[in-house]
Each structure stands twice: as C-alpha cells, then as structure tokens.
Design a protein. Structure first.
Length: 577
C-alpha cells in the first residue's frame, strides 16, 4: 500500500504553477494585471519566439521598494488582500500572490523595480535554479519583469504547446482584451522586435478599437453607456495595502445605508451591424476592468443588436461592466476568466439596454462596397432621411436618393419590412390578438416540439396561438396570431417552436413571428413607386427606431460616397455648398 507523504516546497510550487502558468499567454496575463493594479498608465509587452525565449513587461506604475520586491517572489505574499474577508471584495485584477513565484518555478525570472522616493537606484531580484539574488539596479519609477526560457524545466508542458504562431496569437488576443478594457492605458506589444499593437491610451474606446482592428472597423462604431440603480457612487478612501491598486475604478459602494441597489455601470463600444464576423469571439467582455468570457453577457450584447444582425453573423463590440466588488465573485475560475454576479439578470438587462440604445441613435446606413480597382472609403455619417431627394428607381426594387455629397440606395422591400414590423410591434406590446380558426387546423408535432409546446404554453398564448392536444402527436390549432388584421398561417407555430428550440430570442418569440408577418405584404421587386410614394416610404422609415436593417437583419440603406464615383471615373471629388 502506498503511503501518504508531505510534498516538498519545490514540488508544491511546481503544482501551483500549473494552475496559473499554462502557456505564454497566461504569463502575459498575470504580469499585465500586476501592472494595471500598480496604477500603470503605460504597459509595454515584448516577447521573443512566442514568449518561450523571452517575455518582458514594463510599466510606469508605483513600483516596489527593495523589501517588497524580495517578498513579491515568495509564495503566498501579496499587497492586494490582507485577509479572508478581502477575498469576497476583490478590488484588483489579481490577488492570489502566486503569479511571480509560480512563473519562477518554470522559468528564469528577473524583477527590476523602483518606487517613488527610493532615490536614483532601484532593485533587481532574480530567481533561478541557483536561488534568489538581490542587487541594486537603475530603473525609472515602475517595474520591469523578464521571464526567460519558459518551461525549459518542464519539457512535457513545452512540447504540449501549439505552434509559435498559435501561441503568439493567444498573447496578442490577451493584450488586445486589456487594451479594450482599459482605453486610458497605453499598450504596446512587440514580437521579435516588430510592433504588433499600439494603443494610445487616450481614454477613448474608439481609439482602442482602432489599435486592435483598423480604421474601417473603428470608423463604423458607436460608444455605449448605461447605468442602473445606485445613484452616485460612494467614495473609497481605503488603501490597497502598499502595492498600488485601481480601487477607485471598481468601487461602487456597497449599498449600506441606502434603499436603492448598488449601481451597475456599462460602458463600451459597438460596431455597426454592417461590420460583422462569423464568430462571436469578437465580442470582448470585461468586469471591473478584468477581461472575462461570459455566455450570459455575450447573449445580452447580441440581444441588444436584436434583428439588426444578418443571419448567423456576430458583431464586434467591447463592453465593460462595473459593479461593486462585493456584488461579484471573482474566484469561480482558476484562471480568473469567469465571474459570478449576485444579480446576473440585472446586469444582463443593463448590458442589453446599453447596446440597444447606442445602436438606435447611431446612423447605421451601410457604406456600399463599390470597387473600381481603388480603395473605397467608408464613412458613417449623419442621418438625413428627411432631407433626401428621390432621384429615381432601379429595377423596381431600389430607390436612388441624393444626400448632399452621397448617393443613397434604399432597398424598398427591406425598408417596407422594417416599417411594417415596427408598426406590428407597437400594436402588440401586450398580447398578440388572436383570430379563431373554424374549422381548426391540425398539425403533427415531434416529441421535442410537443415538449416545447407544453413548456412554453403561456408564451405561445401571448404570441397569439391557441393550441389543443388531439392525441397521437397531433394538435389542433384553434387560434392564430392576427396583429393589425393580418392572420398568420397555422404552420407558423412550427417556426415559433423552432425559434424556442434554437434559443434565438426565447423570451420573446413574437419577434420572429412578426418579422415573417411583416414580410408578406411588403413591397416586392418590380413594384413601381411614384415619387410621392417613395417619399412617404422614406419618411416612415426615418421614423422607425431601427431604420437601417429589416427585421431579418439585412441592410435597408447603402451609402455610396461621391468620392467613390469620382475615383472610379478618374475625376476629383466636388463638394457641394
């Protein structure tokens, strides 16, 4: 029988490293969080060979004294918490006190630092297989951490990593997430001495988005913000224990002595529905400045876009949620990649509202990608539906309109769909009116569809359906939705069940139903419109809450700049007025 033995410190440290240091990107993550917690306004990350040869993180934060620098590389030491109670009220991005010693157990570590008031000389602490060394060293106020020969001592872990390109992609993604979550901090990332990312730290989220993506993406975006509850945040005069912290950014007060709930604050930037990706991985989320992956928050962002997104496409957005530290559990994931809110529904509701309101006030007309073998400039511009001049119709489907220096092309079917859909939505804010069927229609439902029907009877009733079980998997539809007198086909019940099954807007399946109802009577290709009828359609479209996409997510308006046409014809653009 095997006996139980107490492990030595070196083995314990190696095991602890496995929880924190799994790949080069996790090293970068821990070091960047330390820099941010130290109040850095600038963070530079330099890596060589995807971080296996070198990871260097330099910041201009508070720095450390010699005593603190020596303690920082020992296990279970930290300036970020002082006791068990602080674990429940984490105000910093990292707090375990395991990062530096864990890194040192799988790589050669050097920490060079100087705190304000420490004189001209700083401190350099090195940790390697030969032990720990301490010496004086020149350094500006702040800290530089160098990690060399990562995983050389654990070759199995090194061999399990992906290709250098893949590992660096993870590093780039990590730094990008921090740059988007902290637009007030300058970030610079270099790989093998080549600058990959440079964020200016202006505090403008659009500038951070520009650094991570490009001008086309950033130019078609809008900032968002929303607050729910709490009123003015209480101030916090507490100290973080000497290591520097960003307590002021995460503290919303604990709500004690007030009748209202602590505030939920949401800020961020969202790209227009014309800028999409195939994967929702481009929805960046952070909580109190810490990047996280949260399915509920991501769904809230997508719900904010609603029907503006085409098909299965996903948006580009960066959203930061701020809640008081005691209202969120930061310790539910070993790598701090997930959190758990005390009131997740309230947080998700605020996120959805922030995105929805931002998009409802932005001009989402989609710039047409017209190519004449020259680059087409893309600009969102001010909405001017009431000032549009209708100049013609093309192929009985597209309205051609003049808008100052631009040509706007309006899809009359998509525009009419949007108008009809919003009229229907307004008419059925409560329950959808029902039209009785005599005789009732019969439908055969699969066992899965039948179970969905039983589970969502109240929802389906609010959507206007009246359904009775007939036996043998057959159901009688005795009533169907009839908003504004438009009677739905009984087979629409199956489509609504499909919506519930796929999880697309399950809280309000009326949306898919009303979108279909809006489609059928709308203008079709070949329908001729007079100038007066076209003008009336544009006026009604301009009155819609979301005029730039039909309820199925297709664009209603394309914008072609006059400069695009001029370049195509080799002319110089002429500006009016």
């Amino acid at each position: 029988m095997a006996t139980i033995e107490r492990l030595d410190e070196a083995t314990v440290a190696r095991i602890a490293a496995g929880e924190v240091v799994t790949r080069p990107a996790s090293v970068v993550k821990e070091l960047v969080e330390n820099s941010l917690d130290a109040g850095a306004g600038s963070v530079e990350v330099a890596v060589e060979n995807a971080g296996l040869d070198l990871i260097r993180v330099t910041d201009d934060g508070h720095g450390m004294s010699r005593e603190d620098a020596v303690l920082a590389v020992e296990r279970h030491t930290t300036s970020k918490i002082s006791g068990v109670d602080d674990v429940e009220r984490v105000r910093t991005l990292g707090f375990r006190g395991e990062a530096l010693p864990s890194i040192a157990s799988v790589a050669d570590l050097a920490v060079t630092t100087r705190a304000a008031g420490e004189g001209a000389s700083g401190t350099r602490v090195t940790v390697g297989e030969g032990g720990t060394g301490v010496e004086a060293a020149g350094h500006a106020v702040g800290t530089t951490v160098e990690v060399r020969d990562l995983f050389d001592r654990v070759p199995a872990r090194r061999e399990s990593l992906g290709t250098p390109k893949r590992e660096f992609a993870r590093i780039s993604d990590a730094v990008s997430r921090y740059a988007l979550a902290h637009p007030d901090v300058r970030f610079r990332l270099t790989h093998d001495e080549r600058t990959v990312l440079s964020a200016p730290g202006t505090g403008e989220r659009v500038d951070a988005l520009l650094a991570v993506y490009d001008r086309t993406v950033a130019g078609q975006s809008t900032e968002l913000a929303a607050v729910e509850g709490g009123g003015d945040e209480a101030s916090d005069d507490g100290d973080d224990g000497g290591g520097g912290g960003r307590d002021d950014r995460a503290d919303g007060g604990d709500g004690e002595g007030r009748s209202d709930a602590p505030a939920v604050r949401v800020e961020g930037v969202a790209c227009y529905p014309s800028v999409t990706r195939a994967s929702p991985e481009h929805v960046y989320l952070s909580v109190n400045g810490r990047p996280v992956r949260d399915g509920d928050l991501r769904s809230a962002v997508l719900d904010g876009y609603g029907s503006l997104l085409p098909g299965s496409r996903a948006p580009i957005a960066a959203v930061d949620v701020e809640v008081p530290p005691d209202r969120v559990d930061q310790n539910v994931h070993p790598a701090k990649a997930e959190v758990r809110f005390r009131d997740p529904e309230r947080v998700a509701r605020t996120v959805e509202r922030a995105v929805r309101e931002a998009l409802s006030t932005a001009d989402l007309s989609r710039a047409a990608s017209v190519s004449f073998d020259t680059e087409t400039a893309l600009a969102p511009a001010e909405s001017r539906f009431d000032e549009l001049t209708v100049i013609g119709q093309f192929r009985g489907l597209y309205l051609l309109c003049e808008a100052d220096d631009d040509l706007l092309v309006v899809d009359q079917h998509a525009a009419h769909e949007r108008v009809s859909y919003e009229r229907l939505r307004e008419a059925v804010e409560g329950e959808v009116p029902t039209a009785a069927l005599d005789p009732p229609a019969t439908l055969s439902l699969s066992p899965r569809e039948a179970s969905l029907l039983d589970a969502h009877r109240e929802t389906l009733s609010a959507a206007g359906f009246r359904v009775e079980e007939f036996g043998g998997g057959t159901y009688r539809v005795t009533g169907v939705p009839a908003p504004l007198g438009r009677v739905a086909d009984p087979r629409a019940l199956k489509d609504t069940l499909d919506t519930l099954l796929t999880g697309e807007r399950p809280d309000d399946p009326r949306d898919a139903l009303l979108a279909d109802l809006a489609c059928h009577p709308s203008l079709k290709a070949g329908d001729a419109l007079s100038r007066e009828e076209a003008r009336d359609l544009l006026d009604r479209l301009g009155e819609c809450a979301r005029p730039y996409a039909c309820p199925h997510g297709r664009p209603t308006v394309l914008r072609i700049e006059e400069g695009t046409l001029a370049r195509g014809f080799g002319r110089r653009a002429t500006r009016l007025g």
